[in-house]
Unconditional design. Structure first.
Length: 416
């Protein structure tokens, strides 16, 4: 089987995902995607006529984020028209899946040069949902309007699921807040030491001025006392009336009737709402040799795993076990773990269930500090893991994340 090599990884800084307030919120999502695609092209002197495909991830494919960003952003970035493109959606996991699909195409021998990545402008998708609501179209919610499906697999809101998992596992709010504080502290160190400098490219406005060239979301001033003072974010939402006499809480209690959900997640120990994009260049060895490209890593193995959609967020652990087995590796072989901090309980349970060395997990902070641009995050995390392997001299990195519907993609990379 042909090896799939990661030649380069780039990303934008993450901007606050609030309409009119974040530094990127005035831009079109296609502009963010084109920014990283252009950087991949320019940094690697890429002949874009030789790009076989562009596999892109965007979770909310509505309005400006619809219309196949993979293809349209490539045209905006000045790519040759022969560079095709497609866009996928695996909810939060799409940014890993785009890389996995690109690697699979190369490993099959059918393609030699594929770019993978993703974009999500949450400042736009939030306003889009508001527009729908104002027009009398309620935003789509997991667990509503799908009675037949709910009979088999009742689904709830992700934040309520996070609270339910913490309740079931007996994980305290204090433990979750402690992890959130570590995330902020590690991100602060990483930023001050320029650990993200190799991958981050500035986003420019149409007139060439800088829109954003640094992380906008982190709060390095965060304290344990400040986190403890925040009100739970999903207590009221748990009892939101979905119609037909059901609520998000009732959806979970249909499967787990004895669980009295305790609200423990809040804005400080949940992932940040941000805008961002990322791209990775993946090629065969033959292509790299022919075009004078130096591989930075190879894709060792990838996997997908489904789990209970009612709790929704628990698939990363079985996904990690599955991809380790495919690679013939043990947890002790992994030097860097990136588990997306969708909610603190996801990362905390992951660490506990696999009995991991905490210093190797999200060593540069995670989404609680840096933000989670849904469809782009997986691609960002792969690049972050690669940068950290190169910084520390590590060999293997494992990247995984929960996704709505009770799923998790995973990938293991090896530094070259």
């Amino acid at each position: 089987m042909t090896e799939a090599y990661i030649i380069d990884a780039v990303r934008t800084p993450r901007g606050v995902g609030k309409p009119g307030k974040g530094a990127l919120s005035h831009l079109h999502p296609q502009h963010l995607a084109a920014t990283v695609l252009r950087a991949i092209k320019d940094r690697n002197h890429l002949d874009t006529a030789t790009v076989d495909d562009i596999v892109w991830s965007t979770s909310s494919q509505n309005g400006k984020q619809g219309g196949d960003l993979g293809r349209m952003a490539a045209l905006s970035a000045g790519y040759d028209v022969r560079a095709s493109g497609t866009t996928l959606d695996r909810f939060c996991g799409g940014g890993i899946s785009s890389v996995n699909f690109a690697a699979a195409s190369v490993m099959s021998g059918m393609e030699d040069c594929v770019i993978a990545g993703g974009t999500e402008m949450m400042s736009y998708t939030a306003s889009f949902a508001a527009e729908q609501a104002n027009a009398g179209m309620p935003p789509r919610m997991m667990g509503s309007g799908h009675e037949a499906l709910d009979e088999l697999h009742p689904q709830s809101n992700q934040g309520v699921c996070g609270d339910a998992i913490a309740t079931i596992e007996g994980i305290s709010r204090e433990a979750l807040d402690a992890l959130a504080l570590v995330s902020q502290q590690r991100a602060d160190v990483a930023i001050k030491e320029n650990r993200f400098a190799k991958s981050v490219v500035p986003v420019l406005n149409a007139d060439g001025s800088v829109a954003l060239d640094r992380e906008e979301f982190p709060r390095p001033e965060t304290t344990a006392e400040g986190l403890a003072s925040l009100k739970p974010a999903f207590a009221g939402l748990a009892d939101f009336d979905l119609g037909n006499g059901t609520t998000f809480r009732k959806q979970i209690n249909r499967r787990y009737p004895d669980v009295e959900i305790k609200p423990v997640h809040h804005a400080g120990n949940s992932s940040g709402v941000v805008d961002g994009a990322a791209a990775l260049l993946i090629t065969s060895k033959e292509y790299a040799d022919k075009h004078g490209l130096k591989p930075r890593a190879r894709v060792v193995a990838y996997a997908n795993q489904g789990d209970d959609p009612t709790l929704m967020l628990n698939a990363p652990v079985p996904a990690a076990k599955k991809v380790l087995a495919k690679a013939g590796l043990s947890k002790d072989d992994i030097d860097v773990w990136e588990i997306n901090e969708a909610f603190a309980v996801v990362a905390e349970k992951f660490i506990r269930d696999l009995d991991l060395d905490r210093s190797k997990v999200n060593p540069n902070g995670g989404a609680m500090a840096l933000g989670h641009p849904i469809g782009a995050t997986g691609s960002i995390l792969i690049g972050t893991a690669l940068d950290e392997l190169e910084r520390t001299g590590g060999r293997y990195g494992l990247i995984t994340m929960c996704a709505a519907g009770g799923m998790a993609p995973a990938i293991i990379i090896e530094r070259i």
